[in-house]
Design a protein. Sequence first.
Length: 322
Amino acid sequence: MIRHELTEALKAAGRIALIVHIAPDGDTCGSALALCRALVLMGKHVTVLCDDPVPKLYVHLEGADKVVTPGQAEGAIFDLAVAVDVGDLSRMGKSRAVFEGAKRTAQVDHHATNPGYAQINLTRSPLSATAVLVMEVIDSLGVPLDGKMAECLYVAAATDTGNFKQRNTDVAAARLASRCMEAGLDLQDITRRLFDLRPLSQSRLLGRALLNMTMHAGGKIAVMRLSKADFEETGALAEHTEGIVNFALNTAGVEIACLMAQPGDRVKCSFRSLPPHDVSRAAALFGGGGHSQAAGCVMPPPMETACARVVEALTNALEQNA
């Protein structure tokens, strides 16, 4: 059994805050909620915090209905604050104040660009998902994996590997999936809910993204754009952009893809690439980060200016491996 410094800190703490990153995805939600359940079963007082609401795709997970905003935890002092799948401090949003106000800080993460900002840093890269590390922590705490934790962890690993189809899928992810199935996971049901079912508004948003896709660098770069009007007219939410960028990357001839979406006042950029192209460097130019083949950033409008800058950065990333 692997033991971590984080394990001992969790055992010693009474009041624990788990921090989920802004614009939460399946890995940060599933990993944090699985760890929360394990700690609650140990008798700990646990609060899960996130600036943004839990996406509807993950609201069925155990504990999702108890996630609070930083404002709801204002004034609370925690023995330990743990950031889960949070690549850097800026990704905490307003939860950063709670994190930095805790008596002790820790993090568990798999992003290669993570600077190691906590007092205790359990980070590992390359690794398919933070969920793999969380499973190690749960094991080291001596808490048996039950069906509810298994569902959370499977969602985390499956969404961060594109249903185990992306190149970042590793043996550790496959082993985690196997353990989740052994714990009683209904694979067919959860796979359909995660990857096949979508509301009509999301299907319409996907249609807009496909219609707005432009090609660059001789068809090797694909850029999708979604404006405020696209979200308003389709009735789609910001969370409905999840996975859309993959439709661009899966277009024949495309080696680097980007989805630029503006559901609000900022332009959210999601980058994907095929090896050997590293899009995390392009994301870092605009204050973002992530993995070599999956990264992102947030940019100020207008969309046209942001798009021009992104295309230039992605073209440079492509030419570095020409």
